[in-house]
Design a protein around this ligand. Structure first.
Ligand SMILES: Cc1cc2nc3c(=O)[nH]c(=O)nc-3n(C[C@H](O)[C@H](O)[C@H](O)COP(=O)(O)OP(=O)(O)OC[C@H]3O[C@@H](n4cnc5c(N)ncnc54)[C@H](O)[C@@H]3O)c2cc1C
Length: 414
C-alpha cells in the first residue's frame, strides 16, 4: 500500500507542500478547516462592491524564486504581471514631489550613483550603512543597526521594510531585514521587479494549485478541520476531525500548515511566535486614472501603497494596528483623499470596502523571530510548514511557499 501524506491547512504553505509531493507521485490529502483554500492569501466576492476582490493586496518581487517556481510548476507564472524593469514610482503627499526609483539589473548598484534614479535628496554615501543590515545578528533590531532619520530612511528604507516586515521598521528584526535586502536590493533590479496578481490572488496562486491537485487525484477536503492529533511518544497515530478520525499507517506522514496559534494548540509544548501585526486594505470601485502606475508608493500619508486593478483601486497600510478601532467610513475618506491627491482621480468617495486582517503576520521582532520552530518536530512523522516557521524570511508568500517545499523535501526528498 502506498503511504499517504496528510496536509493540514490549504494556505500557500500547505498547497506548496501538496503540489511538490503530488509532483513526486506521493498520495496526498489536504484538509482545510474553512470552506475555501488560500488562507490569508485569497480572493472572495464582495457584495458591497459587487465584485471579486482580494483579502489584501499582495506584492511579490521577481527575486521570490520559490514563489515563481511554484507558479511555474502550476503553469500560472504569467498570471503575475509587472513592469519589465525594477521601477517604483513614489508620491510625497507633504511636498507633492513625485519620483521613480529605478534599480538597475546586475549586482553593481549603479542606480545609487545616478541622481535621476536614486531617491531624491539622498547622496551616494547615505546608502553605505544599509550594508550593515546584511550581516546583522539575529538579536538586533533594525533601529540598533541603521540610522532612522533623513530622506533615505523616509523615502526608501522605511517603505521597503515596513512592507516586507509588516512592523514599524526600527523595531523589526535586523536579520530578517538583512535577508530581504540580500535577496532583493543587493541582488539587483532583476530580483526587484514588482509582480502582482492582476486578476486576483485566487486565479493566480490558489485555483491553479487546486486544479493541479485535482488532476493528480489528490483530494482537498474543505470544511474538514483538524481537532486533535493523537500521538504516542514518537509519532502521530491518528487525526481527529471531530466527526471522523483517520488512523495513520506506519509510514504515513502529516504536514501541519496552520497558523502558529492553532499549531501550538494541536501540538502541546511547541514554541511559536505569539505576537502579530495587522494589515489594513481599502478597495474602491473605480477605474484607475489613465496613467496610474500598477503600484504607487505614498510618503507622508496614512496610505502606503496604491494598486491599480481593472475597475478597482486598492490600498495597503502595513502594521495597521493603530487603525483597528478607527471608524471604517472615516478611514475610507482619509485614504481616498490621499489617493485622489496622488493620482488625480476625482475627490468624491467611490463605493468602498475596508478589510482589516488583525493577525496578518507574526510580529517580526528579534524576540518573536527567535520563537519560530524548524520544520521537524519531536514526532518523527509530523512536520511543520507556514510563513511563521523558521524560514529566515519575514512572513510572506515566499516564506510560506518555501516552508511548504522544505516540509515536502523532508517527507520525500526530491
Ligand atoms: C492583508 C495581507 C496582505 C499581505 N500582503 C503580502 C504581500 O504583499 N506580499 C507577501 O509576500 N505576503 C503578504 N502577506 C502574507 C501572506 O499572505 C502570508 O505569508 C501567506 O498567505 C501565509 O500562508 P500560510 O499557508 O503560511 O498560512 P495561512 O494562509 O494562514 O494558511 C493556514 C491555513 O490553515 C487553515 N487551518 C487553520 N486551522 C486549521 C485546522 N485545525 N484544520 C485544518 N485547517 C486549518 C486555515 O484556514 C488556513 O487556510 C499578506 C497577508 C495579509 C493578511
Amino acid at each position: 500500500m502506498t503511504r499517504t501524506v496528510h496536509i493540514i491547512g490549504a494556505g500557500l504553505a500547505g498547497l506548496s507542500a501538496a503540489v511538490e509531493l503530488a509532483l513526486r507521485g506521493e498520495a496526498v490529502v489536504v484538509h482545510e478547516a474553512t470552506t475555501f483554500a488560500g488562507g490569508r492569501c485569497r480572493s472572495y466576492h464582495d457584495s458591497t462592491l459587487g465584485m471579486t476582490i482580494d483579502n489584501g493586496n499582495h506584492l511579490l518581487l521577481s527575486g521570490n524564486h520559490a514563489a515563481l517556481r511554484y507558479l511555474n510548476l502550476l503553469g500560472a507564472a504569467e498570471r503575475l504581471v509587472g513592469p519589465t524593469k525594477a521601477e517604483f514610482p513614489f508620491f510625497d503627499l507633504a511636498s507633492q514631489e513625485q519620483w521613480t526609483l529605478r534599480i538597475n539589473d546586475g549586482r553593481f548598484p549603479s542606480w545609487i550613483f545616478n541622481s535621476g534614479k536614486r531617491v531624491p535628496g539622498t547622496r551616494v554615501l547615505d546608502y553605505l550603512p544599509l550594508t550593515r543590515l546584511l550581516w546583522a545578528g539575529s538579536d538586533r533590531a533594525v533601529g540598533e543597526v541603521v540610522r532612522f532619520t533623513g530622506p533615505l530612511y523616509e523615502r526608501l528604507v522605511r517603505p521597503l521594510l515596513l512592507a516586507a516586515l509588516n512592523i514599524e521598521p526600527s523595531a523589526g528584526s535586523a536579520a530578517l531585514a538583512g535577508a530581504v535586502i540580500r535577496e532583493t536590493l543587493a541582488t539587483g533590479g532583476a530580483a526587484c521587479r514588482p509582480l502582482v496578481a492582476r486578476e486576483g490572488l485566487g486565479s493566480a496562486l490558489i485555483e491553479p494549485a487546486l486544479a493541479f491537485l485535482r488532476e493528480r487525484n489528490s483530494p482537498v477536503r474543505l470544511g474538514h478541520q483538524l481537532h486533535r492529533l493523537h500521538a504516542s511518544d514518537a509519532r502521530v497515530e491518528a487525526l481527529d476531525f471531530g466527526g471522523d478520525k483517520v488512523a495513520l499507517a506506519s509510514d504515513d506522514a502529516v504536514i501541519l500548515a496552520v497558523p502558529p496559534y492553532i499549531a501550538s494548540a494541536l501540538v502541546p509544548g511547541l514554541t511559536v511566535p505569539t505576537e502579530f501585526r495587522a494589515i489594513v486594505n481599502a478597495h474602491f470601485r473605480i477605474e484607475p486614472a489613465p496613467y496610474q502606475p500598477p503600484i504607487l508608493g505614498l510618503i507622508n500619508s496614512t496610505t502606503e501603497w496604491v494598486f491599480a486593478f481593472p475597475g478597482r483601486v486598492a490600498t495597503t497600510i502595513s502594521a495597521g494596528d493603530r487603525l483597528l478601532d478607527t471608524p471604517r467610513d472615516a478611514l475610507a475618506r482619509t485614504i481616498w483623499s490621499e489617493v485622489a491627491t496622488a493620482t488625480g482621480l476625482p475627490p468624491d468617495l467611490p463605493p468602498w470596502q475596508i478589510v482589516r486582517e488583525r493577525r496578518a503576520t507574526f510580529a517580526a521582532t528579534p524576540e518573536q523571530d527567535a520563537l519560530r520552530p524548524s520544520a521537524n518536530t519531536r514526532f518523527n512523522n509530523l512536520l511543520l510548514a507556514g510563513d511563521w516557521t523558521n524560514t529566515g524570511l519575514p512572513a510572506t508568500i515566499e516564506s510560506a511557499i518555501r516552508s511548504g517545499r522544505r516540509a515536502a523535501d523532508l517527507v520525500a526528498p526530491p
